[in-house]
Design a protein around this ligand. Sequence first.
Ligand code: GDP
Length: 355
Amino acid sequence: MKKIRQPIIAVLGHVDHGKTTLLDRIRNTNVASKEAGGITQHIGATEVPIDTIKQLAGPLIQLWKGEIRLPGLLFIDTPGHEAFTSLRARGGSLADLAVLIVDINEGFQPQTIESIEILRRNRTPFIVAANKIDRIKGWKVEEDEPFLVNIKKQDQRAQQELETKLWELIGKFYEMGFQANRFDRVQDFTRELAIVPISAKYGIGVPELLVLIAGLSQKYLEEKLKIEVEGPARGTILEVREELGLGTTIDVIIYDGTLHKDDTIVVGGKDKAIVTKIRALLKPKPLDEIRDPRFRFDQVDEVAAAAGIKIAAPGLEEALAGSPVIAARSEEEVEKARQEILSQIQSVVISTGKV
Ligand code: GDP
């Protein structure tokens, strides 16, 4: 059975431009209505269900004429481009889409340019969040307000200053070969980069940012996001971690198929492929239920893409962050996965010249 999975989203940009603040804001997004459901915490990732986005968006959802069929968005919690470049899936980037955050008052900085180059090299589609608009002189802050509502409350001078700063950004993007525009003035999202003015600190413009990510993913990535749910799982290791009482575990983002608790997995290590049997699949317990720090996780029987999950298994000491994890259900599948991982390790050795 095919289903459309959540797109995997990464946030990148220059240091101090607001990556962590934006992710925190998204994590704390909670709509008043209980039925809409809240944010789900995964290992290494945060899931925003589509109902939450629809609730936040209100009439904004009409930006997208068609129906949104995605189940939600999965944000990778680790910001920054070091993580982004090393997180790969099948030769491409693990992130299906990225948010490039730029402090609108500081404009382009070295890591902004680096980030753009990485995105271009990986052909990762992205949206620009022009952050810290609340710092514009005289800006009136209204928490969590859509930008298009908030902008109407600003006096002429503040509006003008925002325009000037936006045009500076648009000019910089133009120098790098991108046509960019404020999101509500974009005619064709395949040719123009959308810029959403936001305040990550106060949540202004975050509704539009989420709606735009969902809409663009739906419109342009749907084919890529269609997966065979019952197929063997594939994922990428975010982190290798020692856990009290569990030994060495790996935190993995699953981007294809379903992982079962009794699957055999083949995992990329420094110079070998590790074949091991899963001991436990673990997801974080809701924060308010953690009474003893030794029991911070709940066990699950299976997990379907896209999701972040902790895997406990013997022999993971030499697993390497950024490496693939492939589930295998037969001898042949194990061998195939082993070969695939070995040839990937080989190609990394050749391209970096490191042994
Ligand atoms: P990162 O290095 O990109 O992760 O940046 P942070 O999220 O740590 O933000 C750096 C600093 O900028 C922190 O002091 C934040 O509180 C501040 N900051 C982030 N977003 C905003 C914003 O929208 N408005 C204001 N005024 N400050 C912000």
